[in-house]
Design a binder for this molecule. Structure first.
Ligand code: KIV
Length: 281
């Protein structure tokens, strides 16, 4: 791709707010959709200014920001608080809030209320929830009050105890068929897009070709209509387990460590603060 043309394109469209309609147009025109999971104001500002089309305030924030073992402890309050921060830092990207574990799946009214809270209090423009056919009615109910819904199938981290670990999904013929069916059911229920996580690339390709709505892949190969990565993985802030699909585009963790080390050494050796960093004559 011609980088200059690409940069011009980003500048020209920089002020136009991205909506779920643009996702559909991008699928139809064969333009890849970019999405990043991010949770804070300053990072959202950078991502938005670069021209990424969408920020997902993922429940992965439980691990990346709050240090939880998995996503199960994340609350509506966590999701709302971080969605607000991201929304404040975003002008153009579509902001998608993530419904955390137990905010759906119990009672449809409660699900709709929680989805509504992410829009009203969290200032999101769409919501995401995990699961296949079992989410059909809830998705229809959320959509009925005007909230766009992003589906999420494959490796769904809130099902971690059921799945028995962060494993690639859809490997058997039966599991593959079920995921293809789930994707179709979710499309018919009205999701505007579908995250497909950790499945073999051929299966993700098949699902993507079988749907009219865009698929957003993570660990699902290059034939999805878009891609999503967690910002901490992308910039090298996560030191724990690194799944095969993660490409680390920078090593910010080591830049931070070097800066903190230098600060420590300079304070200990009385080098910082120097005259230029103090007040008075
Ligand atoms: O929570 C999250 O960040 C996600 C993405 C990885 C899709 O669900």
């Amino acid at each position: 791709m011609d980088l200059r043309k690409f940069e011009e394109g980003v500048r020209m469209t920089a002020s136009k707010k991205i909506t779920v309609k643009d996702f559909q147009t991008m699928k139809e025109e064969g333009e890849k959709i970019t999405m990043i999971s991010a949770y804070t104001y300053p990072i959202a500002k950078i991502i938005d200014e670069i021209g990424i089309e969408s920020i997902l305030v993922g429940d992965s924030l439980g691990m990346t920001i709050l240090g939880y073992e998995n996503t199960l402890e994340v609350t509506m309050e966590d999701s709302i608080r971080h969605s607000q921060a991201v929304a404040r830092g975003t002008n153009r990207a579509l902001v998608i809030g993530d419904l955390p574990f137990l905010s759906y799946g119990i009672d449809d009214h409660e699900t709709v209320r929680n989805a509504g809270r992410l829009i009203k209090e969290g200032r999101c423009e769409a919501v995401k929830l995990e699961g296949g056919r079992e989410r059909k009615e809830e998705i229809q109910e959320i959509k009925a009050i005007g909230i766009p819904v992003l589906g999420h199938i494959g490796l769904t981290p809130t099902y971690i105890n059921e799945l028995g670990g962060y494993k690639v999904q859809g490997k058997s013929t039966k599991a593959e068929e079920r995921l293809v069916e789930d994707a179709k059911i979710l499309e018919e229920a009205g999701v505007f897009g579908l995250v497909i996580e950790s499945v073999p690339w051929k299966l993700a390709k098949k699902i993507s070709e079988n749907l009219t709505i865009p698929t957003i892949g993570i660990g699902a190969g290059q034939y999805c209509d878009g891609q999503v990565l967690v910002i901490d993985d992308l910039i090298g802030l996560t030191s724990d387990l690194k799944p095969k699909f993660v490409k680390q585009f920078a090593n910010v963790g080591s830049i931070i460590a070097d800066a903190v080390k230098e600060y420590l050494e300079e304070v200990k050796s009385n080098k910082y603060p120097s005259e230029e960093h103090r007040y008075g004559n």
